[in-house]
Design a protein around this ligand. Structure first.
Ligand SMILES: C[S@@+](CC[C@H](N)C(=O)[O-])C[C@H]1O[C@@H](n2cnc3c(N)ncnc32)[C@H](O)[C@@H]1O
Length: 189
């Protein structure tokens, strides 16, 4: 998880990001790989309910404190692996949000299948990724930031992997200055 300071500088408008990738008020939401809860708090302010899932229980605790300090109570926190979502949270959700994490997951197609199964019919999956640009170019507060260049995924790579997991692309949007969001839907026939 990045240290505070530059993360806030990169994401001054988390609600704008959530809106751009299709999150709407009163949805039930899963913040997958939620980290220290920077987006979770803003999701909770808009959503009917949010479940924050992360493999790192310490980061979930940081998130829990962040939301408690803001008086937000419509959130559950579950420690576990993104590959096992229906076991961790058996209630289907309207929207799964995954930011800054897809590049680091070893089996991304398996994660996409897991998300597919966690979604309600017509539910949406939004993946927010760093653009596939050299790390030296993605500077924030004067320093190169983000994942190593070789880990970064293009929109096409993301779309191909998530569609292989059973979801259908809805759109790709720009999330300036250095990210894009790919939005997918669960289509059941
Ligand atoms: C860079 S942080 C992003 C946090 C948050 N989404 C954000 O954008 O502020 C990536 C997070 O993914 C979590 N993570 C990595 N692999 C995971 C897995 N297989 N299952 C659940 N969480 C995972 C890490 O513990 C870490 O908190």
């Amino acid at each position: 998880m990045p240290t505070a300071g530059w993360w806030e500088a990169l994401w001054p408008d988390p609600v704008g990001v959530l809106t751009a990738v299709g999150m709407k008020p009163n949805m039930t939401v899963m913040d997958l790989c939620s980290g220290d809860g920077w987006f979770t708090l803003q999701i909770a302010k808009l959503a009917k309910h949010v479940v924050a899932i992360d493999i790192d229980a310490n980061l979930l605790n940081v998130a829990r404190h962040r939301l408690a300090e803001s008086g937000v109570t419509n959130c559950d926190f579950v420690a576990g692996n993104a590959y096992e979502l229906t076991r961790l949270w058996p209630r289907p959700v309207d929207f799964v949000f995954l930011a800054n994490a897809f590049h680091g997951v070893p089996d991304r197609e398996r994660l996409a299948r897991s998300v597919h199964d966690a979604l309600a019919p017509s539910g949406l999956f939004a993946v927010v990724n760093w653009h596939q640009r050299p790390r030296e170019e993605t500077t924030i507060l004067g320093e190169p930031r983000g994942p190593k260049t070789e880990l970064r995924m293009s929109p096409d790579q993301t779309v191909q992997t998530v569609e292989a997991g059973g979801l259908k692309l809805v759109r790709v949007v720009e999330v300036p200055p250095y990210h894009y969001g790919a939005v997918f839907e669960r289509l059941d026939r």
